[in-house]
Design a protein around this ligand. Structure first.
Ligand SMILES: [Zn+2]
Length: 184
């Protein structure tokens, strides 16, 4: 299970990490790499399967290999599900649609004059599909941006709360020290 505490700080938010290949309209996430928000507002990365964490997002993926090997002989059902959830296929899956759209946009405009009615209708439908894919991508990009902004706000909020709690603790500690000096 993913870490619930890191260096004594509680994990207050756990989300799949965003892949570096994400771009506007294509939000690729790494399900097995967790982006963790801690109670002091700091952020680390964690493993989906155990309490391993790191400040470096890229050190989670090599770590995931450990779980693959261990699960194999013992539990074949679990192994299958973890293979289908593996990260590289997810990347390809998520990144494919926009790439396909840009490949077809080139030839579509080239030789309109030589097309029959059926082909023209087909092109029109293709154009319509591409328009709707573009609109979907725009909507997704806007949603991803909102999520990122929300995360930033939360991190700032937790950091503020943590600093306030820390200040309260320090003031209490000082009062206690003053009291101790009096009793000495
Ligand atoms: Zn792990």
């Amino acid at each position: 299970m993913t870490a619930t505490h890191v260096n004594g700080l509680a994990v207050v938010e756990d989300q799949p990490a965003r892949s570096g290949i994400s771009r506007p309209g294509v939000n690729v996430v790494l399900e097995q790499t967790r982006h963790l928000l801690l109670a002091d507002g700091s952020e680390v990365y964690g493993c989906l399967h155990c309490n391993y964490t790191s400040e470096n997002k890229h050190s989670i993926r090599p770590h995931l290999k450990k779980h693959k090997n261990r699960a194999e002989p013992r539990n074949p059902v679990k192994r299958r599900s973890s293979v289908t959830a593996a990260e590289p296929p997810n990347h390809r899956e998520a990144a494919r649609p926009p790439r396909r759209a840009s490949e077809t946009s080139g030839p579509a405009a080239r030789d309109l004059a030589s097309l029959n009615l059926g082909q023209l209708v087909e092109r029109a439908q293709l154009a319509e599909r591409m328009r709707s894919q573009r609109d979907t991508a725009r909507t997704e990009a806007a949603a991803a941006r909102r999520t990122a902004e929300n995360w930033k706000e939360k991190a700032a909020d937790y950091r503020k709360q943590w600093l306030e709690a820390k200040n309260r603790a320090e003031r209490a500690e000082k009062r206690l020290a003053a009291l101790r000096a009096l009793l000495r």
